[in-house]
Design a protein around this ligand. Structure first.
Ligand code: ADP
Length: 534
């Protein structure tokens, strides 16, 4: 234990000697003494004195004045002063000492036991204080570390976000090119073998896109960037769409697929149709993947119904390979699959169920899995939804029912896109719809074109060298010529991040299209914007 410096101030040397002798029994103290208050003050300034035993009656500066001086100096005001006095124990003296800042009194003639006990108690108080001080320092340090770690985590989150945005752009851009070229090739005359190649290419690029979407989804959820968008929708229609889609896929594998809907199921609910579909799609895709024969059943049952709320359980049951009980616990973890043999035989990233679990949490729902190895599995998602009684669903254009795309008449479009494959593909698609097309490789060139020619529409990539799409949009939208400033602009955003898409609208874009995009979707957007203009 650290020694505590104790000062004895008494104008009589013999008092110092006797008090020092008495205190020799107290452990962990180092005694310094003086007969002169001025010298004692200097000692207190220069040494780390913790306790001072101060004689009250002294010529020049008395004990009370000395303690007041100690207390008035920030360098010495921490010193515990104990007055040593021979004068009466009257309250007024006691008060005077306490007012000057003393913590206690010792009365002459000194009682050895009381003196030792008091000083020992102050020494241990000082040790405790020292310990608290050290702990405070450690606490402050760990607090500093925590703030630092928080800042680092924030920094990491930000770089993850920009990495996501960049990766999203870098990967989606070439895929956009591939998907577009596939679309162009499909519309050329092909023999059966070539059509088969195109189908394979199409399916490969779709799988690639699914994997990228999964990686982006899990990163978005884990960095808190996944926003659930709630809307009113028909749950019946959603289930019918899912049923129609997977029935065909199941048929290809000679598996029966059926959907059972509880008659109690409300027509409309408020939730995120995209995320609900993502969860159910995932269950069914897995069921299809791991089932060779038999049946897959999608069931939607009402668990509880109360006024405006309804708890619905969506269950997918299959007669597939099943999951061993030890693997069942792991499959909801990211990058985990049943076992290694599954990876070898069936492929996959092990991300699907991890995403499903996180999405269910975001929707305040729960996921359950039961399985009998070799017999089959059941996966379910249960959540409580708000029922919607009266809701007119917006008529959405069903792309499959569009009879044929009519050609645009005298429409001139500027494509600002730095990626050659993409601009080539866009130019080709737009020309096939009868448009006249100019291509600019960056925002700066795009502005020059806009100054020179009149366009009916501009398609603008967001990330471009020299001048970004955002800057170019802002410049066009504030063009001195009102005709040019009102040219509709569709930004081509490869980002899946909502805030980037929002930034495009903020910059002045009239519409946003993702990468890769569905050509029909693009056609509809152009058609809408152009017809508004005329
Ligand atoms: P992956 O994309 O690799 O299939 P998932 O997260 O979707 O990843 O699934 C994780 C693992 O859970 C799979 O690798 C498989 O072992 C197991 N699994 C999921 N669904 C089923 C199912 N219906 N039948 C058998 N095993 C399944």
């Amino acid at each position: 234990m650290k020694h505590v410096n104790l000062l004895i101030l008494d104008d009589k040397e013999e008092n110092i000697v006797s008090l020092s002798a008495l205190l020799s029994e107290v452990e962990h103290i180092h005694i310094i003494s003086s007969t002169d208050p001025n010298e004692a003050l200097k000692i207190c300034w220069k040494n780390d004195i913790a306790i001072a035993l101060v004689d009250v009656q002294m010529p020049e500066i008395n004990g009370f004045e000395f303690v007041s001086l100690l207390k008035s100096n920030p360098k010495t005001n921490h010193i515990m002063a104990i007055m040593v006095t021979a004068i009466s124990k009257e309250d007024k003296y006691l008060l005077k000492g306490l007012e000057s800042g003393a913590v206690d009194y010792l009365y002459k003639p000194l009682n050895p036991e009381i003196t030792i006990a008091k000083v020992s108690s102050f020494v241990s108080q000082i040790h405790i204080q020292e310990e608290i001080k050290q702990k405070n320092i450690a606490l402050e340090e760990s607090q500093r570390q925590l703030i630092l770690a928080k800042e680092e985590a924030e920094e990491a989150r930000k770089s993850k976000e920009s990495f996501l945005a960049n990766m999203s752009h870098e990967i989606r851009t070439p895929i956009n090119g591939i998907v577009g070229i596939i679309h162009i090739l499909r519309n050329t005359s092909l023999n059966d073998e070539q059509r088969d190649w195109i189908n394979r290419l199409d399916s490969a690029s779709n799988s690639l896109l699914l994997i990228i979407n999964d990686i982006l989804d899990i990163s978005k959820i884990d960095s808190g960037m996944m926003r659930i968008e709630y809307e009113n929708f028909s749950i019946h229609k959603k289930l019918t769409d899912i049923n129609n889609f997977f029935k065909i896929k199941a048929l290809d594998k000679h598996i029966t697929f059926e959907t059972i809907i509880d008659p109690q199921l409300p027509e409309y609910i408020k939730s995120s149709p995209i995320r609900i579909q993502q969860i159910i799609d995932n269950f069914i895709s897995n069921a299809l993947k791991f089932t060779k024969e038999g049946k897959i059943t999608l069931k939607a049952s009402v668990v509880e119904q109360e006024d405006a709320q309804c708890t619905i359980k969506f269950t997918v049951t299959d007669t597939g390979i099943g999951i061993k009980s030890e693997a069942l616990e792991k499959i909801f973890l990211a990058f985990e699959q049943g076992d290694d043999s599954i990876t070898k035989k069936y492929g996959g990233t092990g991300l699907g169920l991890a995403i499903v679990k996180r999405l269910a949490d975001l929707l305040d729902g729960k996921i359950e899995a039961e399985s009998t190895y070799g017999v089959g599995s059941t996966f379910s998602f249960q959540a409580t939804f708000q029922k919607i009684d009266d809701f007119k669903q917006q008529e959405t254009l069903d792309t499959e029912t569009i009879p044929s795309l009519h050609k645009f008449d005298h429409v001139r479009i500027l494509v600002a896109e730095d990626n050659e494959l993409n601009s080539f593909m866009l130019e080709h698609i737009l020309k096939s719809w009868g448009c006249e097309v100019d291509v600019a490789k960056n925002g700066h060139i795009a502005i020059e074109y806009v100054n020179q020619y009149d366009y009916d529409l501009i398609m603008m990539d967001t990330h471009m060298p020299v001048m970004s799409g955002f800057e170019a949009i802002q410049e066009i939208k504030t063009h001195p010529n009102p005709q040019k400033a009102s040219t509709p602009i569709i930004t081509i955003s490869a980002s899946v991040l909502e805030h980037e898409q929002a930034a495009a609208y903020e910059a002045g874009a009239d519409s946003v299209i993702g990468k890769p995009f569905d050509p029909i979707d693009l056609y509809q957007k152009i058609d809408k914007l152009i017809s508004k203009r005329v």
